[in-house]
Unconditional design. Structure first.
Ligand code: MRU
Length: 364
């Protein structure tokens, strides 16, 4: 790893970028990390869809930004000056990208925002609409950075210097355009000399905690310790954890939260040891149209991710039944606060989340 540190730091890479000159969406391929930092240029709808499905670009906010740049590039290619023809093709491409992953609401949120640019400007020439689509996608990326920073500032008020923090999956810079959500308080604390001790769950089966969170925190000089998913109880019982910070893929109106599989286990264990669990969620991840966690569609992933991936040979009997949901739902009563860019929502969430949207003129 010391050699790694001598190279370009992982934090200097952009997770998602637009290369407008070459009509490409450029992503840092996260399936190659931590071994290799490789940027890939995606041109076609199929390439973008596959990159999202295969988690080359992943994490709710990063998926949203990738989809916004993606739909802009696909729209740019539509050869017509007729708005109706353009809009019909735009919607087709939008639905296609939207089908890549079902749980993170940021995907449909970003695509809907891009669609609104078309409908609100339907009287303009198609070339002008395309320019506005680019501006919107660029703005969406810039906003993501500001939003993560604001989440970091609010999150930092919940902890004190020297605290132990546990996190699950990767809600870090790699999952966003900068700072991350759950890691934003950690990075801001790092800048301000808080000396947090961070514990990162490895996060089976795709190891986002080990490959990505431990990697980016370590590269940033944060005191991070990698643990297996089944060790969170042990570190909490030891009294090493003062707070849990996690990201999320969709927050329902009642405060139930879908996040990476295993989050609900961490939250249940944290309740046992009186450790507060904070969910860091930009308002783009809050879905007031979804009443409860039971209404959130949970993505099911292929079996080989559990049985074969990361192993030299299969580590389960051939043909055995495998259940591989990518996410689980953490019940709202296990959550001490939902940290948004506008402040911290507390129970009862049905009221506090709605209030944040109303107060800040957010569309829901
Ligand atoms: O399957 P992934 O790697 O996309 O899952 C990511 C998570 O569960 C993150 O915690 C969530 O998207 C928030 S990222 C700021």
């Amino acid at each position: 790893m010391s050699d790694e540190r001598a190279k370009k730091n992982i934090m200097e890479y952009e997770t998602v970028a637009l290369d407008d000159v070459n009509d490409a969406l450029v992503i840092l391929d996260q399936t190659k990390l931590p071994g290799k930092a490789e940027l890939v240029s995606l041109h076609t709808g199929e390439e973008i869809w596959e990159a999202i499905y295969l988690l080359k670009v992943r994490g709710a906010p990063a998926i949203g930004v990738a989809a916004a740049f993606g739909i802009y590039l696909l729209a740019k290619r539509i050869q017509t000056q007729d708005y109706d023809v353009f809009y019909h093709e735009f919607c087709k491409q939008k639905e296609y990208l939207n089908s890549a992953r079902p749980t993170a609401v940021n995907l449909s949120w970003a695509l809907n925002r891009m669609e609104r640019i078309c409908t609100e400007n339907s009287r303009l020439p198609v070339t002008e609409i395309k320019k506005k689509l680019k501006e919107e996608a660029v703005a969406l990326k810039e906003e993501d950075i500001q939003v993560c920073k604001a989440i970091g500032e609010y999150g930092l008020t919940l902890v004190k210097p020297g605290d132990g923090i546990l996190t699950h999956c990767n809600a870090g810079q790699l999952a966003t355009c900068r700072y991350g959500t759950a890691t934003a308080p950690i990075y801001l604390g790092q800048e301000r000399g808080y000396h947090f001790r961070v514990f990162a769950d490895e996060t089976r089966p795709l190891l986002q905690g080990a490959r990505l969170t431990a990697y980016e925190l370590y590269a940033s000089g944060v005191d991070v310790t990698l643990i297996c998913d089944n060790m969170s109880g042990a570190v909490m019982r030891n009294g090493w954890i003062n707070a849990v910070f996690v990201g999320c893929d969709r927050v329902a109106a009642n405060g139930d939260v879908a996040n990476k599989i295993g989050t609900s286990v961490v939250a249940a264990v944290a309740q046992r040891y009186h450790v507060p669990v904070y969910v860091c969620a930009p308002t783009s991840t809050i879905d007031l149209h979804t009443a409860t966690g039971a209404d959130i569609m949970i993505e099911q992933r292929p079996t080989h991710e559990v049985t074969d991936m990361w192993y030299e040979k299969p580590m389960a009997p051939e043909g055995v039944k495998v259940y591989n949901p990518a996410f689980d739902v953490t019940d709202h009563d296990l959550i001490a606060g939902i940290v948004t860019e506008y402040g911290i929502a507390r129970a009862p969430y049905t009221e506090s989340l709605r209030e944040i949207f109303v107060k800040n003129n957010k569309i829901f």
